[in-house]
Design a protein around this ligand. Structure first.
Ligand code: ATP
Length: 291
């Protein structure tokens, strides 16, 4: 199974949302990371064949899905960012409706719905109106519809928005369980959403691919580039102007600052081990420096 973007760009009027992206997705979870507006949804919509690139190609198992989207559509489960559910329907009604929309045969679909409701811990509420569900329960219904056809490619766009910490953990565990034999692409702007589950991370910054690597490689690249120091309050603004700050906390003895920089930012700053969040900042700062 292979899914590739080849020199893909997307332009909305004068807005260049994605610029010349080439990457090959692999089985397992790929985290697509970038701040709001970086181009994540734009990329996912093209992978889901909802929109087409302005330039470049997308190949699924060698088939150009820009020209022949059907092969991809058959393989795809997609949970979009703004996933609307009918509040008056219960999960069974909603999933049967979605199965009909996907032209699935109803008898096997009903069996699959029963299984999915069980796996996603929704069996007890299968006859309750979705409108009264928590964010996490609604998200699980969304995942159930994305998994109806047992997809080889699962795309989830910002799925943890609105989930509480416990629901986030459950969601991560669910994706891990699904990941061994599927390509799963999860977009987020929150590093902790993906750090424990992504086998690879693609970082988008202003429509460009800042990095595509395993988390360990990203951490290695940021090695000796993260510094900690305590500075007097008035110095903070100057540091913010000159460097990328990954954290700053007010303490009784001054402001504790964590800085991502190639060079020692202030005399006395200590080099510390990078976190994935530091590595993400480092990768985006490298890209910004060459633009
Ligand atoms: N239909 C559109 N018309 C014009 N500009 C668009 C359109 N869709 C997206 N954009 C712009 O393209 C850029 C990338 O948007 P995109 O939605 O892909 O970002 P994102 O990384 O998914 O961010 P978010 O999490 O905020 O959705 C943004 O500047 C956005 O304003």
């Amino acid at each position: 199974m292979s899914l590739k973007l080849e020199q893909v760009s997307k332009q909305y009027g004068s807005k260049q949302a994605l610029q010349n992206i080439t990457l090959t997705f692999q089985t397992g979870v790929t985290g697509l990371l970038g701040r709001n507006g970086a181009g994540k949804s734009t990329m996912l919509k093209m992978l889901a064949t909802i929109s087409t690139p302005t330039a470049g190609n997308i190949l699924y198992n060698g088939i150009n899905i820009v020209r022949q989207p059907n092969e991809m559509r058959r393989a795809l489960g997609y949970l979009p960012q703004d996933f609307g559910i009918y509040p008056n329907m219960n999960p069974v009604e909603f999933l049967e409706y979605m199965a009909a929309m996907k032209s699935l045969s109803m008898k096997p679909a009903k069996k699959r719905i029963r299984e999915l409701l069980e796996v996603l811990h929704l069996s007890d509420v299968r006859r309750r109106a979705i409108g009264g569900f928590s964010g996490g329960m609604k998200q699980r219904v969304g995942i159930a519809q994305a998994l109806l056809s047992d997809p080889a490619v699962l795309i989830v766009d910002e799925p943890t928005v609105g989930l509480d910490p416990e629901e986030r953990i459950q969601f991560r565990n669910l994706l891990t369980a699904l990941s061994p034999d599927r390509i799963i692409i999860l977009s987020t702007h929150i590093v902790t959403d993906i750090e424990s589950i992504a086998s690879r991370i693609a970082i988008l910054s202003s429509g460009c691919l800042a990095a595509y690597a395993e988390p360990e490689q990203l951490l290695q690249q940021a090695e000796h580039k993260v510094w900690e120091c305590i500075v007097p309050g008035p110095q903070l603004q100057e540091l913010q102007r000159k460097f990328k700050l990954s954290n700053s906390i007010q303490r009784s003895d001054g402001i504790y600052v964590r800085i991502v920089s190639d060079i020692q930012p202030v005399h006395g700053a200590n080099a510390v081990a990078p976190t994935l969040e530091d590595a993400y900042l480092y990768a985006t700062s490298k890209l910004e420096a060459v633009r």
